[in-house]
Write a protein that binds this ligand. Structure first.
Ligand code: FES
Length: 144
């Protein structure tokens, strides 16, 4: 087998994977998973939380607030592409919004914003919503 035969096989496999992704996931999910926004950790955050979901993956949000609004927010996850998409869209949904607004965000809201997820990935939205809600309640105690 030549190098170009191998390249052709790899191209073909990649095309099939992309087609399968496009069949199972909305455009928004694919966009957020491939190009997540606000991924990382805020140094010295006002509020933060991390939760491990039933699947064993973790989700983490850290945020900084000013006058009751979310001035900056980041998420981290070691989970699947769906959890990356959920974390990313959740940060987009609440950035600049009030803490009250953000604390009302549910898994359903995240799923609606993403254009849905396959049944087996819906728990990723719940993990993101639960972690965001916990982070909003978790005031970080700062050193005096
Ligand atoms: Fe565990 Fe997505 S968060 S599979």
């Amino acid at each position: 087998m030549t190098g170009s035969d191998l390249d052709g096989i790899v191209d073909d496999i990649e095309k099939r994977i992309r087609k399968d992704e496009e069949r199972r996931f909305s455009e928004i999910v694919i966009r957020e998973a491939r190009n997540p926004q606000n991924m990382g950790r805020i140094e010295d955050p006002d509020r933060q939380a991390m939760i491990m979901g039933p699947c064993g993956d973790t989700m983490e949000f850290s945020l900084r607030t000013r006058d009751g609004r979310i001035e900056d927010i980041r998420f981290m996850t070691d989970g699947c592409g769906s959890s990356i998409a959920c974390g990313s869209i959740a940060t987009r949904m609440v950035l600049g919004k009030s803490l009250e607004y953000a604390s009302d965000i549910t898994a359903r809201d995240i799923l609606d914003e993403l254009g849905g997820l396959p049944e087996e990935n819906r728990h990723c939205a719940k993990l993101a919503a639960d972690t965001l809600s916990k982070a909003i309640r978790n005031l970080t105690v700062k050193e005096p």
